[in-house]
Design a protein around this ligand. Sequence first.
Ligand code: NAP
Length: 472
Amino acid sequence: MGEWECGGMGEWRQWLFISHSPALPFFSSHSPFPRRPFARNPANRILSLITMAKISVGLLGLGTVGTGVVKLLADDPRFKIKWVAVRDKTKLRAVDLSAIRVTDKPFDVVNDPEVEIVIEVAGGISPIYELMKTAVEQGKHIVTANKELIARHGLEIFKLAHRQNVTVLFEAAVGGGIPLISTIQRGLQANEISSVAGILNGTTNYILTAMEERGQTFAEALAEAQRLGFAEADPANDVEAFDVAYKITILASLAFGRFVDVDSVQRQGITRITDTDIRMAREFGYRIKLIGMARRGEGCLDVRAHPMMVPLHHPLASVEGASNAIFISGSAVGEVMLLGPGAGQMPTASAVVGDLINLASALRLPDFAPYFQPAIDEHQSPLCPVEDNESAFYVRLETEDTPGVIGNIGHALGGHAVSLHSLLQRGVMADGAATVILLTHRANERNVFRALKEIEAQATTRQIGVALRVYQ
Ligand SMILES: NC(=O)c1ccc[n+]([C@@H]2O[C@H](COP(=O)([O-])OP(=O)(O)OC[C@H]3O[C@@H](n4cnc5c(N)ncnc54)[C@H](OP(=O)(O)O)[C@@H]3O)[C@@H](O)[C@H]2O)c1
């Protein structure tokens, strides 16, 4: 394929309630957490709640998200951040660390027997994968925001956690502050989910919005996003759609209960989209959005991460700037749309600390860990061959400005049973190249790509700029 192809007191009350429930004993001999037997005596319960030791937390990473987590937990009576692991201990930090041990040896954190919960907000795979396995083997619960780790190694980590009777929560890994994982895992349990699709990357949505609203080129919009802190110095993870691929892989595995191989997910970035495409999309009644999409197919799962032409009337088209939005179709609920901040310090910290509080409440329950385990079959689901799909396409070509060009294009499309909805020629450049825009009707993708290969090989074609699917 060519590149164009593609807290507070409420929580304490909850614990008190739990401690009185005969079905949910405060302390159980079967519990993996036989903590505070002192509280078994009802006479001591109130005293126990007052004097209860804080849950000891180890934090790996004190960057954007880690700093937000420290801010949120600063005055929380339930938790004590015992450790923070960073790469560079000498760096100035924006939060008070006087009561926290700071280390550049993250294994010290996961090996500390006092630490009950490890929050991982460092990112990447190495050495984080080893650290997570060590932490789980030591019987520690994990809260992570690391989408790459969960997409690539989630299954193995969940299996290990299951054996160790601990749990791994990862709400912040997809959709930042949007409670998306818990919605799929718990809120929509009564449904058979047929599709999950939406805007899962704030950086690229910011860039595409800036290109449309301010008429910027891709390079200008990217530079602005980098200046404002929306994009990394190395933006490849976002603009080449790796980030969306990780996220949609996680959502597909949760929604359909089958492991998905992230490297097999169809992925296309936004780097080839030009201001011309943005303008033409608008003229045809669309907006270009980077979409993560997972649908049930016949005996397979259709999982993709690529830019699409979204009709202006569709709610996803009006999602602007760094926001994320996701549609979930369920058999009972119908369609649910979740919209909100997909990244950023405090929204992401909100999801991390939400997981932490859930975990802390559950720590008092016997055998709670399996409740949180995602039910994912370790046998991979085959991904539907992308070519079997049907879609309408937007295509931008650069051609010679000579007679016969349009005839050649029409001939190639017709020969592969692809019918045209619109064809426009826009301007001729100084070097004699013309820009030709095609919008096709729905067609088999295999046929579309064969026709485009044929067009690419024609003497009158200089290059195929971009081919984008139309969202339906
Ligand atoms: N930023 C967001 O809005 C957002 C949203 C959703 C999910 N996430 C996820 O959250 C995680 C953290 O993102 P972030 O934006 O906060 O990253 P970040 O700003 O780059 O911070 C990373 C932190 O981890 C520390 N670190 C990295 N490698 C380490 C190692 N080997 N040992 C010890 N410390 C190490 C760094 O130390 P130094 O400070 O010394 O360099 C830094 O404090 C990532 O998995 C990311 O994908 C982020």
